[in-house]
Design a protein around this ligand. Structure first.
Ligand SMILES: Cc1ncc(COP(=O)(O)O)c(C=O)c1O
Length: 428
C-alpha cells in the first residue's frame, strides 16, 4: 500500500512507514494512493462473513501484500475481540454501539488495531516506548490497546487529582508493560513534558519513542470495518435506503465511513453531526472555512473547531468526484442535546451526549422509506455525571469499570520536571 502526504504529493510512503511515522512533512496527513472498490457480488458475500474474516478482507484490500493475509487475520482477531452490535431504537432507527470494548468507546477499535500494526511493523527485536499525556480517556484506550504486548513499553502521564477516580482506575491498575505517572501539575504540564521528551533526540533513539498518534492511518482503516459490520446486521430491505449519522469532532469516524462507501458499501447518505463547534456545518452551508474559538459543550470530545481529518474528507470527495453538497450536516446545541437524551430515554434507550447529537439530526432529516443508523461512540457510563443529572436516574456501572474499581492504583508520582521523567524513561 502506498500513501501520499496531502501537503506534498511527492512524499510517498509504504503502509509500514505511515504507521511508524504517523504524519508526513509539514504535519501533512497520509492518504491512500489507490482507492480499492469491491464488486457488488463481493460486497454481498462479505456481508455474510463473520466480523473478523470480513474485516481482514477489507483491511487487506487497502494494505495489500505488506502483511500476509493470515498474519493480518491473526492481528485483526486480537484487536477486534469484542462485538459492535446494532441496537434497535425505533422502527426506522438503530444505533451502532461501538462501546463494548475494554475502554467502552469506539477508540478501542482503532487503538487496538494500531497497536497490532505498530508492533508488527516494528520488527521482533526493536523496543518501542509509547509516551503519551492524557486528560482521561486517551490514556485508557492506549493502555488497554498495548497491554501485554512484547517489546512495547507504555508510559502515560496524567495530572494528579484532575481526572475522575474511575478514569484513573481504568488504566492505572493494569501493571505489566503499562506504567502510569501522576504528575503534580495540570494537563498542559503533562503535554509539555511529552513534547520535551520528543525533542530530546538522544532519549528518542535510546528508547524508541513513538507517539501512537490519533491521526495514524491504521486507526482510520480499522474504523471502516464497523460500518460493514453494521450493514451486515441489517435485514436486506433496509440496506439500500441507509442513512448514517456520525457524531463528529476531528472527523476521523466520518472519514472512515466515507472510505467504507468508497469500497462499495451501500450507504445512501451521511450526516456530519456536530455540537456548537460548527466549522464544518457552516462551511457546507455554502459558507467559508472560518473556525471560531472552540466552545465547551456537553459533548466535550467533539469540542473541536479545526477538525484535523477534514483534509482527508475533502481529498476523498475530490478523488471520487463526489459532491460535497451531498454530505448532510447539522449542529446541535446543548439544550437540544439534553432534550434529545430525555426523548431517547422515554422510548427506552439510554444514551450520552455525543450519540444523542447524531440521533437528533437523523430523526429530523430521515425521509419516508429510509432507514437510519447513528453511531454510539461511548458508553453512557463514561459520561455518568452528566447523563445522571440530565435523566434524573442512576446508571449502573458496566462490568469493565466495576471490575477495576476495587483494584489498587499502581501509579508513580512525579513533579512536573523533565529530569526525573527522563531518568525514569531511561531506566531498563
Ligand atoms: C465519544 C466520542 N464521540 C465522538 C467523537 C468524535 O469522533 P471524531 O473525532 O472521529 O470525529 C469522539 C472523539 O474523540 C468521542 O470521544
Amino acid at each position: 500500500m502506498k500513501l501520499y502526504n496531502l501537503k506534498d504529493h511527492n512524499e510517498q510512503v509504504s503502509f509500514s512507514q505511515a504507521v511508524k511515522q504517523g504524519l508526513g512533512s509539514q504535519q501533512g496527513l497520509f492518504f491512500p494512493l489507490e482507492l480499492p472498490e469491491f464488486e457488488l457480488t463481493d460486497i454481498d458475500a462479505m456481508l455474510e462473513m463473520d466480523f473478523v474474516s470480513r474485516s481482514s478482507k477489507i483491511l487487506s484490500a487497502y494494505i495489500g501484500d505488506e502483511i500476509a493475509p493470515h498474519q493480518l487475520a491473526e492481528r485483526v482477531k486480537t484487536a477486534f475481540a469484542f462485538p459492535a452490535p446494532v441496537a434497535k431504537v425505533s422502527d426506522d432507527i438503530s444505533c451502532l454501539e461501538l462501546f463494548h470494548g475494554p475502554t467502552l468507546a469506539f477508540k478501542d477499535f482503532g487503538g487496538r488495531f494500531m497497536a497490532q500494526m505498530l508492533s508488527y511493523v516494528s520488527g521482533a527485536d526493536e523496543q518501542i516506548t509509547i509516551l503519551t499525556a492524557t486528560s482521561g480517556d486517551t490514556g485508557a484506550a492506549v493502555a488497554h490497546a498495548f497491554y501485554g504486548m512484547e517489546n512495547v513499553r507504555v508510559v502515560i502521564l496524567y495530572p494528579q487529582g484532575k481526572i475522575s477516580p474511575l478514569q484513573e482506575k481504568l488504566f492505572c491498575t493494569l501493571g505489566g508493560n503499562i506504567e502510569t505517572i501522576a504528575i503534580d501539575g495540570d494537563f498542559d504540564a503533562c503535554q509539555a513534558l511529552v513534547k520535551q521528551a520528543f525533542d530530546d533526540e538522544e532519549l528518542k533513539k535510546a528508547i524508541g519513542l513513538n507517539s501512537a498518534n490519533s491521526i495514524n492511518i491504521s486507526r482510520l482503516l480499522a474504523q471502516i470495518c464497523y460500518y460493514f459490520e453494521a450493514v451486515a446486521q441489517l435485514p436486506q430491505e433496509k440496506r439500500n435506503q441507509l442513512v448514517v449519522s456520525v457524531p463528529s469532532g476531528n472527523f476521523g469516524d466520518l472519514t472512515a465511513g466515507l472510505l467504507a462507501k468508497s469500497l462499495g458499501l451501500p450507504i445512501k447518505r451521511f450526516i456530519a453531526a456536530t455540537n456548537a463547534n460548527d466549522t464544518v456545518p457552516r462551511f457546507l452551508q455554502g459558507g467559508s472555512w472560518t473556525p471560531n474559538a472552540t466552545v465547551a459543550t456537553l459533548s466535550n470530545a467533539m469540542d473541536v473547531s479545526q477538525p484535523n481529518n477534514w483534509p482527508r474528507v475533502e481529498e476523498l470527495f475530490r478523488r471520487k468526484t463526489w459532491r460535497l453538497t451531498d454530505l448532510a450536516y447539522g449542529a446541535v446545541s446543548d439544550d437540544t442535546t439534553e432534550a434529545t437524551m430525555r426523548e431517547l430515554a422515554e422510548i427506552g434507550y439510554i444514551s450520552e451526549p455525543h450519540a444523542a447529537i447524531a440521533y437528533r439530526l437523523l430523526r429530523d432529516q430521515l425521509q419516508e422509506g429510509e432507514f437510519g443508523l447513528f453511531l454510539g461512540t461511548a458508553h453512557p457510563a463514561k459520561f455518568k455525571e452528566s447523563v445522571e443529572a440530565i435523566l434524573g436516574q442512576a446508571l449502573p456501572l458496566p462490568q469493565e469499570l466495576a471490575d477495576r474499581a476495587g483494584l489498587p492504583l499502581l501509579s508513580h508520582t512525579m513533579p512536573a520536571d523533565f529530569a526525573p521523567l527522563r531518568a525514569f524513561l531511561l531506566k531498563a
